[in-house]
Write a protein that binds this ligand. Structure first.
Ligand SMILES: [Zn+2]
Length: 236
């Protein structure tokens, strides 16, 4: 499998490219661009949330806890006082870092049901529902955050699968095929749980139409926003 820093770097690199594109084309506030990049990084480490190795797992949950706590803090910055925000954000961090980590350790198997495309769909619908109901984001931004989580998640699965091939000898390691799968057929309980949670979260998620409307109204002349003019400048 690809290591932690490879996952974080790749998700940050691809996520920031996508976030910059969205910020330009949809005239989003820069802070939303940062949020989309962070969503992509979170998606890039989520599939390994069931890791059983102690140190990387602690780092992973500390990282995820920080992202969730910051997202919660900035979502409520207008309604709460500084001290309320600070204490509650620390509470959110500790919740992710300890009881939620313990729960994942207790009920999951590494590279099991959470290391699949079905789990990426679950993460997507849970993010859309969570961003809308817990972070108070509008439907369009909730689905945009969900899409970035999905991209980071799938990128993680692809990287793990690529790293399972020994490039030097082109021989396949034993882990080949375990990283990128549609569902985990060996663990039906886990797979059914993932699908049920995905469907429930989809029912709770906001309407998807506003994000389609947002893209329909994307800035005209989008090519000029993406490719620098000097790249095609002709010299005489
Ligand atoms: Zn992985």
């Amino acid at each position: 499998m690809a290591d932690f820093s490879t996952h974080v770097f790749s998700a940050a690199a691809l996520g920031s490219l996508g976030a910059t594109l969205c910020t330009k084309l949809l005239a989003l506030p820069p802070v939303d661009g940062v949020a989309l990049t962070l969503a992509s990084i979170a998606g890039g480490i989520l599939p390994d949330i069931d890791l059983k190795v102690s140190l990387p797992s602690r780092i992973l949950f500390a990282f995820l806890g920080s992202i969730v706590a910051l997202a919660w803090l900035f979502a409520h910055v207008d309604t709460l006082t500084v001290l309320e925000l600070w204490f509650a954000a620390i509470g959110v961090f500790l919740l992710v870092r300890f009881p939620i980590r313990w729960l994942f350790h207790a009920i999951t198997v590494h590279r099991g049901a959470l290391h699949s495309i079905a789990a990426a769909c679950m993460a997507t619908t849970v993010t859309a529902a969570g961003a809308s109901h817990l972070l108070d984001r509008d439907p369009a931004m909730s689905w945009m955050l969900a899409a970035f989580i999905a991209c980071g998640y799938v990128l993680h699965l692809i990287l793990d699968e690529l790293y399972s091939v020994d490039i030097s000898g082109m021989s396949m390691k034993r882990s080949f095929g375990s990283a990128l799968k549609l569902v985990d057929r060996h663990r039906p309980t886990g797979t059914i749980s993932v699908i049920v949670v995905a469907v429930i979260a989809f029912a709770l998620a906001p309407d998807i139409a506003p994000v389609i409307q947002l893209w329909r109204g994307a800035a005209p002349g989008w090519q000029d926003s993406i490719i620098p003019e000097w790249l095609f400048a002709t010299r005489y």
